[in-house]
Every structure is written in structure tokens, then in C-alpha cells.
Design a protein around this ligand. Structure first.
Ligand code: ADP
Ligand code: MG
Length: 464
């Protein structure tokens, strides 16, 4: 029975690191460069006699990731040659790390991390009109590889992990980590088993979105179960994800690591990290920004709902903006909740109003000087103009809400006098006419009356 199968998933994630130059040379690391073969030099083109130099910023990024994950940072690390032949790998090997990765262990979103190491990206090849083209702009770009333990058991958890990793990489400034652009690449290893021993795993690639990660895993689990149920056997292979067909397809039978003939890179020095002051655990910990889970906890402690805290934290731009507004609003929980609501429901991730104006707007809503309708109109103007005052926009547009009870009471008196017949109907028990009278009050105030207060005052006056 298919429900007796336990799926097991381990992820391998590559991320292009945000550095000024490539991993082992001074060519620019610029993923936005559209012209092919511009950011190249003899080192990343693998001309004979050239020598690599380790990019310190790339090492720092990986160590910062490890520090954030609570991992063990290597004291001793080295690079290895991973040999294989392909046109996108001009040296005939990739410089990677095998025995001595920079980072081991750690945990993210409940998933145990095996290791994080540093390597170089390959060139980009494209095939069209019977020709193959190779663009070396990407060759030698610093690449971080993070490997998880096989401890994930469903597609959704894998998706949550991958999203959290993207957020962490962006928070640390380690990578832009855009899946669609290939700046972050997730590969899923998937197996199913009915016993305590793992089944044969299949590796799935070309997952260009979090949705694809989740769908490919779910598909592959079903495929493997159906295969075994029909008497077949899972073969260890690499499969691609067919986005159009929403299915995986066989690409190649996987090499074992022995085929790569890993050996220590003789052209690079060994790294003894304690020799670098900036790379001690204390220095690295000290330099970490607020991490996503810390930020979420801080918002939660402020009284935000868990979903709201997560939604704000999910966008660096939104949470940075929210923090600026928080600094202006202080600790008033009603104000904070209003700010969250307007930020998440009315503003989104696009253009945002000046924080001063937004904080003022929130206070005006809280004191009933602005209705929610009026607030939306003021927001539209503030976003468009970048103006710093919500009050002046509200005044200019005549959107200030009249909440002064005395002024409103006079208006209510006038409405009752003018519609004496309707008032009598209400007094005789026809409660439904109240809405009409509120409407008349709104009209009398030219839309500036606070309907809730008008309603209260009407009931009060009519029962006198
Ligand atoms: P390989 O040597 O084939 O690259 P690794 O042991 O390095 O395999 O593991 C690669 C990834 O596959 C890791 O993320 C690991 O957690 C995962 N993995 C290993 N075995 C299994 C399995 N049986 N089922 C699912 N994932 C697995
Ligand atoms: Mg491996």
C-alpha cells in the first residue's frame, strides 16, 4: 500500500555569491552583464601557466552563512580539483572543496546541514541552430554549495527550507539568490522506502522556482512509489524537471564521486582560518545582522500575528521600511497593528510612502481623523508624491474626518430636524431607517463625518 512508503529528501543548493570579482581572479562577477565573454581573463579562461588566487570576500560569505546556521567553522580548509570533461569547464576540472569544506553541521528551519563549501561556477553553454556557444562570463564566479542531511520527508518542508535559505542569503548580502535567474539553484535528492533503510535516490535538477521544487519532489515521490508498486526498481540517476509537462525525466546516470578523481589543488595555499582576525567565530558572530528568525521573533514579541511577522520578514525591503516606521511610532500596539495592516494590505512591496508621512497617517487613523477610505486616498497621493505630511494631503483633499462630538452633535440635530418624519419612524421602532439618517449626516458633513460616531450620536439623540 502506497501509504506505507516514507519519502526521504536531501537538498543540494548552489548560490552564486555576491562579490566584486570572481573566485580565483580579478575578472568582474557581474550576473547582469548581457554581452558574452566580456568578464574574462587568462585565469578564468584556463590559459596555461596562470595561477588562481582565493577571493577573500567569497570565503567571508560562506563563513558568515555557517555562523548564522550555528555550524562548525573549519579551522583548516583546502580546495580540491574535481575533474570532468565538458566545454563549460575549460581547465578540465572545477576547483571545489571535498575533504575539508569551510563549514560543517548546523541547522536551518529544523533541517540539519551536512556542509557548506566553496567552489567556482562553470561557463554558460547554449545550443541553437546546430551550434553550441559558450559564454565564459560566469566561468569562475564564486559558488557556495550547501548540502543538507537526508532528513526532509515532504515537499512542503523542502520548500520552506529553500525559501528560508534564500532569505538568509539575502539578509547576509551573500547572494541575490534569485532562482529564476539561476543565482540560487536547488537540487533535490529523493528516495522512498518501506523499511528503515533508505531507498535508491534520484537527483532532480532544473528547478527554477520554489513551486517547481515542491512539485518536482511531490511528483518524484509518486513516480517512485508507482514504479516500485508495479514491480520496477528505482535507478540512481539525475532527472530534469519538465515545467511544461509538470514531470521529471531521465537525464543521465549519475557518476560516483570516485569518477571525479578529487585531489588537493596544488596551486592554492591551505587555509588556516585562525590566521585571519575577521574569521574568528567571535568576530563573525559580532558582525552578523539581525537574522530572519530573530526578526520574526522580535515582531511576534511586539504583538504581531505570526503570519504578519512572517510576511514582513519575507521581504527585506518591507521589513526595513517597517523598522523605520516602528522607530517613529514607538510602542503603541494599536498603532503598530494599523501600520502592519496598511503595509501588508494596501502598500505591498512596490513604492512606499515617506516613513514620516506613513507614521502620521497611522496616528490620524487611530484618532479617527481619517477614515479607512480617506486613508487609502491619502496613501495613494503619498506614494505618488513622496510627500512627508499625511495631514497636509488630507487637508488639501478635504479628507479630514470630523470626529469632534460637539460639531457632529449639531449636525445630527439638524438632520433629525430636517427629517422629522423619518425620525418618528425610528422612534416608532423602525430601526432600519437609522442607516438613512447616518447617510444624511455624512452628506451634511460632506463626507467628513465619522460614520460610527454619527451613528452613536443619532441613537443617543433619537432616544431622548
Ligand atoms: P552523492 O555522493 O551521490 O552526491 P551524498 O551522500 O553526497 O550523495 O548526498 C547528496 C545529497 O543526497 C544530500 O543532500 C543527502 O542528504 C541526500 N541523500 C543521500 N542519500 C539519500 C537518500 N537515500 N534519499 C534521499 N536523499 C539522500
Ligand atoms: Mg555529493
Amino acid at each position: 500500500m502506497s501509504r506505507d512508503y516514507t519519502p526521504t529528501i536531501g537538498l543540494e543548493v548552489h548560490a552564486e555569491l555576491a562579490t566584486a570579482t570572481k573566485m580565483f581572479c580579478s575578472s568582474a562577477n557581474d550576473s547582469e552583464e548581457a554581452r558574452p565573454n566580456v568578464n574574462v581573463c587568462p585565469v578564468c579562461l584556463a590559459h596555461p601557466g596562470t595561477l588562481p588566487v582565493i577571493n577573500r570576500q567569497a570565503v567571508a560569505h560562506v563563513l558568515r552563512v555557517g555562523t548564522a546556521l550555528g555550524s562548525t567553522l573549519a579551522d583548516y580548509s583546502e580546495f580540491d580539483r574535481k575533474s570532468y570533461f565538458y566545454p563549460d569547464i575549460p581547465k578540465g576540472y572545477q576547483i571545489s572543496q571535498f575533504e575539508h569544506p569551510l563549514v560543517k553541521g548546523g541547522n536551518l528551519a529544523g533541517v540539519d546541514i551536512t556542509r557548506v563549501h566553496l567552489e567556482e561556477d562553470t561557463a554558460r553553454s547554449s545550443h541553437a541552430n546546430g551550434a553550441s556557444l559558450v559564454d565564459f562570463n560566469r566561468a569562475g564566479v564564486p559558488l557556495m554549495e550547501l548540502v543538507t542531511e537526508p532528513v526532509i520527508h515532504d515537499a512542503k518542508t523542502a520548500g520552506i527550507f529553500a525559501r528560508e535559505l534564500q532569505l538568509l542569503l539575502r539578509t547576509l548580502g551573500a547572494s541575490h539568490a534569485n532562482l529564476e535567474k539561476g543565482e540560487m539553484r536547488v537540487e533535490a535528492n529523493i528516495s522512498v522506502s518501506t523499511t528503515d533503510t533508505f531507498g535508491t535516490k534520484v537527483e532532480v535538477k532544473n528547478l527554477n522556482s520554489f513551486r517547481s521544487v515542491e512539485r518536482a519532489i511531490a511528483f518524484e515521490i509518486e513516480r517512485q512509489i508507482a514504479l516500485i508498486e508495479s514491480g520496477g526498481q528505482v535507478v540512481q540517476e539525475t532527472r530534469g524537471w519538465d515545467e511544461g509537462g509538470q514531470k521529471t525525466f531521465s537525464q543521465r546516470v549519475k557518476e560516483g564521486s570516485a569518477d571525479y578523481r578529487y585531489f588537493p589543488e596544488p596551486d592554492l595555499p591551505k587555509l588556516v582560518l585562525s590566521e585571519f582576525e575577521a574569521f574568528t567565530t567571535e568576530a563573525l558572530t559580532e558582525a552578523l545582522p539581525e537574522l530572519p528568525w530573530e526578526r520574526r521573533a522580535r515582531y511576534f514579541a511586539l504583538g504581531l500575528k505570526e503570519d504578519d511577522a512572517a510576511a514582513l520578514t519575507g521581504s527585506l525591503a518591507q521589513s526595513a521600511y517597517f523598522d523605520r516606521v516602528l522607530a517613529l511610532l514607538g510602542n503603541d500596539s494599536a498603532h503598530i497593528q494599523l501600520a502592519v495592516n496598511y503595509l501588508l494590505n494596501d502598500l505591498g512591496e512596490g513604492l512606499l510612502p515617506h516613513p514620516n508621512a506613513f507614521a502620521e497617517l497611522v496616528r490620524m487613523i487611530a484618532t479617527n481623523e481619517l477614515s479607512s477610505r480617506g486613508a487609502k486616498d491619502v496613501l495613494t497621493v503619498l506614494v505618488a508624491t513622496g510627500g512627508e505630511s499625511a495631514r497636509s494631503v488630507a487637508e488639501e483633499k478635504g479628507l479630514l474626518q470630523e470626529s469632534d462630538p460637539e460639531a457632529l452633535r449639531r449636525m445630527v440635530g439638524a438632520v433629525i430636524a430636517e427629517h422629522a418624519g423619518v425620525a418618528d419612524e425610528y422612534r416608532a421602532g423602525k430601526v432600519s431607517v437609522l442607516q438613512f439618517l447616518v447617510g444624511q449626516g455624512m452628506k451634511a458633513s460632506k463626507g467628513a463625518g465619522n460614520p460610527a460616531i454619527l451613528r452613536e450620536l443619532l441613537i443617543e439623540e433619537l432616544s431622548k
